[in-house]
Design a protein around this ligand. Sequence first.
Ligand SMILES: [Zn+2]
Length: 297
Amino acid sequence: MNTQTLNKINILLALLALGVIGYLGYQNYTLNQTRIALEIELENTKQDFVSTTEKLSGDIEAFRNLLITTQGEKVTAEQETRRQQELLDGMTNTLGLYQKLATTDRELLAKYSKVYFLNELYTPKLSITIPTSYTLEPEKEKMISAEVWPFLKQMLDDAQATSTDLKIISAFRSFDTQSTLKSAYKVTFGSGASTFSADQGYSEHQLGTTVDFTTTKLGTNNLTFEKTSGYKWLTENAYKYGFILSYPKGNAYYIFEPWHWRFVGKGLALRLHDEGKNFYDLSQRDINEYLLTIFQH
Ligand SMILES: [Zn+2]
């Protein structure tokens, strides 16, 4: 082997080593990001449970104090019973809240990002088929969470009453459908950042609480949806039915998607509307305050 060949081999080996180092570095970075997202989620959950537990122990403490004081005071038996009953009711309410919090689907109001997206096994609790009079392509079955449907139906009926042209072009998408779509995107845009960034919107569709709109006129090509009266109507009214625009113009998280609307419940949608804020701007902890009342009419 001559020196030139040896040099070539050395250069090749160096390049290979660099490649391996780079790949491992990237893997490490991705894993780190996921770990951080999971840690934040865990911390939020812990804090919620800690505050509920604290309230519960406060109630128990008050009840115990009452028992001690009533023993020393000259109160009638009737008064004592009533006060004890009131405290017991309070404790029962807190316990109910605790149980509800433990069984609430926290994903319903989760913020999704490039590092935190919905588990592939997740499916909505119960989904129903949207009647074809509300959808664009009647031959394609479109599903939505059964709990969200009454809100969506009311919104579309009210829009219809003002002769606003709105049709659902996409609703619940299973993880498999998303993967297929993602592969299609990969072919179009190539692999890399664009594939990752697509996860944000897809997770919301997998929840079964999110819909994409178009108009009869636009059909399947809804890229100019922003210019329609349907979009204008939604920006003025959707919050009254608990729907928000996940990715408005100029948001820092994802591309502007005028057609993509997510159900977050009337309480939270109203707050976002009144304060002129975006869903993704609020902290997850702030958002979680609305979990227990998300389906309240
Ligand atoms: Zn969408």
